[in-house]
Design a protein around this ligand. Structure first.
Ligand SMILES: Cc1ncc(COP(=O)(O)O)c(C=O)c1O
Length: 423
């Protein structure tokens, strides 16, 4: 059996058969293949076929019922965000009242920091990773400025050791033990957007909280990628977007987690709006807010129904599969792709080799990343993305990527880099 036949066999016999048919797979550029081998789900996930129905039903209710759809639609808009609550809670390992679907990711990070970044005395620092996504860097710097602090002194960027690519858990913990009394907020990516490193969230959260800091996680690359237990890990807050692994469409409504110990605390300062008051009295139009004892207290505006409908379509799929089964498949698929990349000369794996330290993304360092991505698409219909100057990211999202896709990507990379296997 050759490698291509082996990939077909793996697809046919995997304990979790692909859900590819539930998604619109884009046509392959280049003309050789009918369908793309899509490895950019870490950037924008594919469209579930059911999404159109969910959106269309809301458009229909709008045309048929107009304002009455708020209360009389088939899914009344006034409570529409409630439909995401239980599936989001299952996805991130939270109690239902600890999660809420709202806004977009960076906005949610700001809303969280408005409450949880309370610099005082010697405890003013915000700690992020040096390779944090730029939006997070901008957000934390602007938070420091809002408190009248100098971001150059307030924001600490943790770097891997000299000559290493990944932050070591023990180094993060060591920093927190030494300098933790200065740290007001620790805000890291659960899975790093560039390297694909999966952080040891429970250990780091524990160390951060023991040091007296608030611990928040940006789960943009973790939600829908790896199993999460935010409640049990005692995370203070977390936020994620839903357009990557959650396949909910560009700019779709994001998610937010606030641990119940904070949800219960009505005295916390928040940036408030009318959707953050108790729904039982919301329409009494009182000037004072009565926040519910839940993450909902951080809602500001009424939800954008048309941007939330595809989230519900997608979460239905995640509920059908379950994160544990998906993670198991993801490890098989990513391990297979990693094996296809082994021995390709001129290619360096940036992502940890240990499956426990990564999600499904493999980042590779190659010369001329943008050119490689273009050639992968043109020659083999393989869609990946480049991060300048030398990183190509490939994410075999396990809901719709197949072993055959991985085989195709490996072969295309080998051909693209025009190198021979070692030995
Ligand atoms: C790790 C991370 N954080 C934040 C963002 C910004 O997300 P948004 O534009 O939804 O606020 C992204 C976007 O890709 C991201 O990857």
């Amino acid at each position: 059996m050759n490698d291509a036949q082996e990939a077909v066999r793996l697809d046919a016999t995997d304990p979790l058969p692909t859900l590819r048919d539930a998604f619109h797979i884009p046509p392959a550029p280049g003309g050789t293949y009918a369908e793309a081998a899509y490895f950019a789900g870490n950037s924008l996930g594919l469209q579930p076929k059911s999404a159109a129905r969910w959106v269309t039903e809301e458009l229909e209710d709008w045309s048929r019922l107009a304002v009455a759809a708020h209360t009389k639609g088939r899914r009344p808009w006034v409570d529409y965000h409630e439909l995401a609550r239980e599936p989001y809670a299952r996805l991130v390992g939270a109690l239902p009242h600890e999660v809420v679907a709202m806004n977009s990711l960076t906005v949610n990070l700001h809303l969280m920091m408005a409450t949880f970044y309370r610099p005082s005395g010697d405890r003013t620092r915000i700690v992020i990773e040096d390779s944090a996504f730029p939006s997070d860097s901008y957000a934390v710097r602007s938070q420091a400025v809002h408190h009248g602090l100098d971001p150059r002194r307030t924001v600490v960027r943790l770097r891997p050791r000299e000559g290493e690519e990944h932050l070591r858990t023990e180094d993060v913990i060591d920093y927190l033990e030494r300098e933790g009394w200065h740290v007001a907020l620790l805000l890291l990516g659960g899975v790093n957007y560039l390297t694909g490193q999966l952080m040891d969230m429970p250990a780091i959260t524990k160390a951060g909280r023991a040091a007296g800091a608030v611990v928040g996680w940006d789960l943009a690359h973790a939600a829908g990628n790896v199993p999460l237990r935010l409640h049990d890990w005692d995370v203070d807050f977390a936020a994620w977007c839903s357009y990557k692994y959650l396949n909910s469409g560009p700019g779709a409504v994001a998610g937010c987690f606030v641990h119940e110990r904070h949800g219960r605390d009505a005295a916390l300062p928040r940036l408030s709006g009318w959707w953050g008051t108790d729904p039982a009295t919301r329409f009494e139009m009182r000037p004072e807010i009565s926040p519910p004892a839940s993450a909902d207290a951080w809602q500001v505006s009424n939800p954008p129904i048309l941007a939330l409908a595809p989230v519900l379509a997608s979460l239905e799929i995640f509920d059908r599969v379950g994160m544990d089964a998906l993670r198991a498949k993801s490890e098989r698929l990513t391990g297979y792709l990693a094996a296809r990349l082994e021995g390709v000369r001129g290619l360096e794996l940036l992502t940890p080799a240990d499956p426990a330290m990564r999600g499904c993304q493999l980042s590779i360092r190659v010369p001329d990343a943008a050119g490689v991505v273009e050639r992968l698409a043109a020659t083999a219909g393989v869609i990946a993305d480049a991060r300048e100057p030398d990183v190509v990211r490939l994410a075999p999202a396990p809901l719709y990527c197949t072993f055959e896709d991985c085989h195709r990507a490996g072969a295309a990379l080998r051909a693209t880099l025009d190198v021979q296997p070692h030995g």
